[in-house]
Design a protein around this ligand. Sequence first.
Ligand code: UDP
Ligand code: MN
Length: 475
Amino acid sequence: MWPRLRKSCRTWSIVLSITLLIGILVVWSWKKREDENSRNDYVSLRLLNNQRDYIDHKGVHVVVGHYIGDSVDPMKAPNITKDLINKNMFDPRPFEGKDGNPVLVPAKDFYKMQQLFQINRFNLMASDRIPLNRSLPDVRRKRCIMRYANVGNLPRTSIIIVFHNEAWSTLLRTVYSVINRSPRQLLEEIILVDDNSDRDFLKDTLDEHVKNLKVPTKVLRSRRRIGLVNARLLGANHAKGEVLTFLDAHCECTVGWLEPLLEAVAKNKTRVVSPVIDIINDDTFSYTRSFELHWGAFNWDLHFRWLTLNGRLLKERRENIVEPFRTPAMAGGLFSMNRDYFFELGSYDDQMKIWGGENLELSFRVWQCGGSVEIAPCSHVGHLFRKSSPYTFPGGVGEILYGNLARVALVWMDEWAEFYFKFNAEAARLRDKQPIRARLELRKKLQCKNFEWYLDNVWPEHFFPKDDRFFGRVS
Ligand code: UDP
Ligand code: MN
């Protein structure tokens, strides 16, 4: 009896296993088909990398970080109405954009998505699907974690975020990322400066919302459009923290971002320190860690450029990869600076309008007047890079940008200003209109070094002409 029973048991178990296997296969193929279907239902937005880069004629790898395109009044874009612009369409879906992953917008919303893109010149619909406290990967090197573990003696900072008609989701994700990823004891306050926005949701709704945040947050408002320099000045004048930390209104800070900035400034108040600026994609909102060995400089047009370190400098840096390194110029939107030093050094050039040039002005001033501009490789903050600017430039883009750059050249660049104006007719046309006496007096008062010193000592690899270098056409 027993052997017979054992035999029939074995037959049954074989039949059962085969049935189970077939079942699993059926469910698996059904699930796979469903996944494929749902994927077809979505449009992957993993489009182009939005940073243009190229190898220049000298073999230098150049990444174009800032690009200013034509600015179009969003009200004039097709089908954009005042109601649409004023509507807060923030509609977060749990886990959308989690860990910095790209957002998938359903295909049925594709048309609407393109329409909304015009408002801020980034994928507003994608942004509005991501929760304010989305997670991001910890992109630091392991050595950074131990290096900055002790926050006991670091100074407190005021975070200053200026904005003009920013989207609700990007603005508040900036704020939430600061609150969620900074040691609480290092945050004095958050100051939002509204540069005369006209969106309804940026008024009372914003005031009400910030009342409930875990870090004291205030909104300062300008009743006329003052541009980013004067908006930052407004914030700085109200700030109580020992250190000022400026951020653009569409950033996301990663864990450990603040400590390296504050430590460098605390060690020496003349250090002005930026994080590594990672890339938030303007189409998908995916988070991409950027190369830590980029440094900032500028071309003959005085347009900011990212360059990669190479040769001797690269070798030096690799040996000491967690310590801040010096850079000839900063991108401008994201940096920490001791508050007293900020004012001692002449804060900002308040004659600069709307946008542009202030990053070079501050970089030259810091270097030539005795400080240093640095990048802290352990500090990573994402910034949303756009291909064009969404707002109006009252008076015209050229007038504003080249007016600002003419000021930079006239105040800081000595003989090299002539070189700049020779190649930039638009800036040359504006040079005589610039009241610069106060800034020249500041330069004298601070006993700043000349531009030749800057070129020789801060950026010896520069490609500006000098006595030993000729520039021009051989005919
Ligand atoms: N901004 C401002 N007023 C202006 C222009 C810009 O407050 O008239 C703010 C803007 O909202 C952003 C920061 O200044 O937070 C830098 O501008 P933007 O991000 O457009 O410059 P980019 O990062 O593209 O160089
Ligand atoms: Mn920006």
